[in-house]
Design a protein. Structure first.
Length: 118
């Protein structure tokens, strides 16, 4: 039981990752797919941040008496990934708006059968 409680953050990451992946592969609605991608992406962010934290570690500033430091690199990489994720979401949603205007629907199986409209 200790194993499960010690690594609860990783269990949350796995749950969110599988939830996001399931939404992406099962949803026909394009907006739901974007939401699923964002859930999946958030789980990856949480995974990297969890790996960067060391129990008992401090910020990597040289101070006497401190031997254990946390790695700041995953946190810096995630800041960049968040910006890229927001931009990707914006582009995806703008494409969905364009598809809605052209086909009148955001359900994938409905506009696939309509052919070339754009």
């Amino acid at each position: 039981m200790s194993f499960i409680l010690d690594y609860y953050n990783y269990w949350v990451v796995v749950f969110l990752m599988m939830t996001g992946f399931y939404i992406v592969i099962s949803a026909n609605n394009l907006v739901k797919r974007i939401v699923g991608l964002n859930i999946f992406q958030t789980s990856v962010f949480m995974l990297y941040i969890s790996m960067g934290k060391v129990n008992g570690g401090t910020a990597p500033i040289l101070v006497e008496g401190v031997d254990v430091y946390s790695n700041p690199l995953p946190h810096v990489l995630i800041l960049t990934a968040i910006v890229v994720g927001v931009a990707t979401t914006a582009v995806g949603l703008s494409l969905i708006v364009r598809i809605k205007r052209a086909y009148g629907t955001v359900e994938e199986h409905e506009f696939e059968t309509q052919g070339d409209v754009i």
